[in-house]
Design a protein around this ligand. Structure first.
Ligand code: HEM
Length: 387
């Protein structure tokens, strides 16, 4: 993880925009400066495009997974986004707090009871957001294991290649179609049922839009939040005195969640954009048609935007970090992610006041990938039980 940050920092030091090669060999431009990143994310010349490798998929599979708001701009994007925004307002999301707390307590109780070292990622940070997004959408409990696997593959498409991507998406879409049929037969009090019924000025979602929307929400709704919890814990346990300070002053938790998002956010770059005409950034011209990645991770540590950016500072006042993106694609789920992060941290602090990493901080392994910024495991020791 620190190698990744070092590489981004080196690029940022040498300028705000760079020509790079992505893992499957295709060229792209990387925007690393904070101010340049914010400008690019609101600039309509940086147009949304499909997921990498999507053009190599079977056309029906491509339509069933790429008809989502993240792959488009303009009125098409606004129409799809409006359909789900109502479910993710801060007020709507706050209503989920008691249930999120209950799921959190149910996950932490057996770990506290056991009292032995555990993998925080596998046993807590992962199952929590999966349970939350599945309940919100109405995914039955017996199928939750499967989609984690598919989802990992979709966010790592460039690393796993088109064959693995195609196989995972085929299973994912077939499962989503089953789920849609189930909700049509037995409507529930959930977001999947609401989306099926949704009309936007008499305009129903097509089947492809439904599967794409549900896939996006399921994937975006958990892959990221897992690492918000994991990276906040990692940063707190790697900074002397931070866990104790926050345990003594839990009212700081919301600000610390923001600092964790800035310091080591779950997403390395925004999804790929393509420039519709030549665009000049700080004297460098990105030619029309080039693919661009805006490096959120780099912008969030740009010394031109943040004092002492390499420091995880639990007392830093929250600022406009880029972890949730910026502009029209700003994360829909941010209020939910923040709520989950706050409940998770507050509960971990009170359940495990003596929590510590089981290995030196630099030995906690990062997962490979160029989109997500994820840990692979997070071994922790619960420490002495609270008195
Ligand atoms: C800490 C957790 C999260 C982080 C760091 C995060 C980050 C992001 C980022 C950076 C984007 C913009 C991508 C771009 O511009 O290319 C985004 C978009 C999105 N996120 Fe999140 N996200 C998180 C949690 C969630 C959750 C919980 C949900 C859903 C329940 C969600 C749903 C979405 C959706 C639907 C979009 C697309 C918005 C659009 O295209 O208009 N995210 N997220």
């Amino acid at each position: 993880m620190s190698d990744r940050h070092r590489a981004y920092a080196e690029l940022t030091r040498s300028g705000p925009v760079h020509e790079v090669t992505l893992p499957h060999g295709s060229p792209a431009w990387l925007v690393t400066g904070y101010h340049e990143a914010r400008a690019a994310l609101v600039d309509p010349r940086f147009a949304a495009v499909e997921t990498p490798l999507a053009h190599l998929l079977d056309p029906a599979l491509r339509a069933a997974t790429e008809s989502s708001m993240l792959s488009m701009d303009g009125p098409g994007h606004a129409r799809l986004r409006k359909l789900v925004m109502a479910a993710f307002t801060r007020r709507q999301v706050e209503r989920l707090a008691p249930r999120i707390q209950q799921i959190t307590d149910e996950l932490l109780a057996p770990l506290a009871e056991r009292g032995s070292p555990f993998d925080l990622l596998e046993e807590f940070a992962y199952p929590l957001p999966v349970a939350v997004i599945c309940e919100l959408l109405g995914v039955p409990e017996d199928r939750r294991g499967d989609f984690g696997k598919w989802s990992q593959i979709t966010v790592n498409s460039l690393v796993v290649g088109v064959e693995a991507l195609s196989a995972a998406l085929t299973e994912f879409v077939s499962y989503l179609r089953e789920l849609i049929a189930l909700k049509r037969a037995e409507p529930g009090d959930d977001l999947a049922t609401a989306l099926i019924a949704a009309r936007d000025g008499g305009d129903r979602l097509s089947e492809d839009e439904l599967t794409s929307m549900m896939q996006l929400l399921l994937v975006a709704g958990h892959e990221t939040t897992v690492n918000l919890v994991a990276s906040a814990v990692h940063a707190l346990l790697s900074t002397p005195g931070a866990w104790d300070l926050l345990g003594a002053e839990p009212e700081r938790v919301p600000a610390v969640v923001e600092e964790a998002l800035r310091f080591n956010g779950p997403v390395q770059t925004a999804t790929e954009r393509v420039v519709t005409e030549d665009v000049e950034i700080a004297g460098t011209t990105i030619p029309a048609g080039a693919h661009v990645r805006v490096a959120l991770l780099a912008g969030n540590r740009d010394p031109k935007a943040w004092p002492a950016p390499e420091e995880f500072d639990v007392t830093r006042p929250p600022g406009p970090h880029l972890a949730f993106g910026h502009g029209i694609h700003l994360c829909v789920g941010a209020p939910l992610a923040r709520l989950e992060g706050r409940i998770a941290l507050t509960s971990l602090l009170s359940t495990f006041p003596g929590l510590r990493l089981a290995v030196p901080p630099q030995d906690v392994p990062a997962a490979p990938g160029v989109l997500m910024n994820a840990f692979a495991t997070m071994p922790v020791v619960p420490g002495p039980a609270p008195r």
